[in-house]
Design a protein around this ligand. Structure first.
Ligand code: NOJ
Length: 413
């Protein structure tokens, strides 16, 4: 039977600069060093933590990004595995601190790195899908300009976006200005788990509702100024939230959660979007007694795995009448035991959504290679491709080849 996926569908994988490049100096790298010793003490105890990952999880060195996957030097190897996997698109991000290492100073070397990456991808017929901000800020912005919450940062962000747009906008059609504003608002300002480690509901709300909206708008304007036909989107981490029973309170809580995390931000930036990027990881059952997930299958991270639920989120986003790209989707699976099943379920969900009229244009699996997973460091393994921590050699996992074959089948090859 003919495939329901459009001929020009983007089959890809995603990464972000700080998580794979290595050699970064930014607000995260500074915070990582300061907090590594403390963080290793907190091994999750609410699920059976995978024993074979304990040594890595307890090692403070493995909580520091350091050389990450060394993509700064091995980006050609990344392109090689993209090709081996038969992918026609790659989502990566530009590192602000690599472009602007200091106030007012643009690094030609930084620009050159992304220029080479974009050119080489295009020469290999791989569509670059570029994120402008995946959570890290230069230290000079953090310290000198008052950090995230300060309006002065908007000026710095515009300066950065101008340089990005002027150097790359003509060569790239698909842009994502911000990655998961809700994650950073909640982890950095509400829960205090990430830098700057604040716990203040008002700061979180302000950051989310105002600063993140303004940054998106700035990015949109700068890209469009240089390349009006470019498509600008956002990577939105929507969660499938349902009440654990039909009690009116539980239904209300689920609706509120869906509105706050799934809808509010999109409503705010709707006018400045050419497509919606969806990052999917979670299905949650909520109510007055908090979260009550079934957890019949959990990933190494302890996250309940319900891959098919992405279908419901795609259907829900249909109302915006915009094309949708899945900009992230994946799991931490060090033994590579669930990824094939996850992909099967997800492909089925995408087929159903396409059949029901969702304008789905691409799927980026998270992640191409094992990445530095923020506060957790290196123990969660999200990669289709395994990275040797010492040699940085890339080895495609069995599920990586499985993904390649699934795609080939859809393409009728
Ligand atoms: C979403 C984030 O964008 C990415 O940075 C992270 O690694 C994945 N989720 C997995 O947690």
């Amino acid at each position: 039977m003919a495939s329901i996926f459009p001929k020009d569908f983007f089959w890809g994988a995603a990464t972000s600069s700080h998580q794979i490049e290595g050699g970064n100096t930014n607000n995260w790298s500074k915070w990582e060093k300061k907090t590594a010793e403390e963080r290793v003490k907190h091994i999750p105890n609410w699920y059976e933590f995978p024993k074979h990952l304990l040594d890595e999880a307890k090692d403070p060195e493995r909580r520091i990004s350091g050389k990450a996957a060394d993509s700064l030097h091995r980006w050609r190897d990344d392109i090689k595995v993209l090709k081996e996997l038969g992918l026609n698109s790659y989502r990566f991000s530009i590192e602000w601190s690599r472009i602007f290492p200091q106030k007012g100073i643009v690094s030609e070397e930084g620009l050159e790195y992304y220029r080479n990456l974009i050119n080489e991808l295009k020469q290999n017929h791989i569509e670059p899908i570029v994120t402008c901000w995946h959570w890290t800020i230069p230290i000079w912005v953090d310290e000198g300009e008052g950090g995230f919450l300060n309006k002065k940062t908007d000026v710095c962000f515009r300066e950065y976006m101008k340089v990005v747009a002027e150097n790359f906008a003509k060569d790239v059609k698909y842009w994502i200005i911000l990655n998961e504003p809700e994650s950073i608002a909640s982890k950095s300002y509400l829960l205090g788990d990430w830098p700057p480690g604040k716990r203040n509901i008002f700061s979180a709300a302000y950051f989310y509702y105002f600063r993140m909206v303004e940054w998106h708008r700035i990015g949109y304007e700068e890209i469009k100024r240089v390349h009006p036909e470019a498509w600008v989107g956002v990577a939105k981490p929507n969660v499938y939230i349902e009440p654990y029973n039909q009690h009116i309170w539980n239904v209300g809580i689920a609706k509120l959660g869906h509105f706050l995390f799934g809808q509010l931000y999109l409503k705010r930036i709707h006018k400045y979007l050419d497509y919606i990027g969806l990052n999917y990881y979670f299905h949650m059952r909520v109510g007055i007694r908090g979260i009550k997930n079934e957890n019949d299958k959990v990933s190494d991270f302890g996250w309940w795995m319900k891959p098919f639920s992405i279908y419901y989120l795609l259907m829900d986003l249909k109302k915006y009448n915009l094309p949708i790209m899945i900009t992230e989707d994946g799991l931490a699976d060090s033994k590579d035991q669930y990824r094939e099943w996850w992909l099967d379920e997800t492909f089925e969900a995408m087929r159903r959504a396409l059949q029901e009229g969702v304008r789905l244009i691409g799927y980026m699996h998270w992640s191409l290679v094992d990445n530095f997973e923020w506060a957790e460091g290196f123990w969660p393994k999200f990669g289709l491709v395994e990275v040797d921590p010492k040699t940085f050699a890339r080895r495609i996992r069995k599920s990586g080849y499985y993904y390649r074959d699934l795609i080939a089948k859809e393409r009728g090859k």
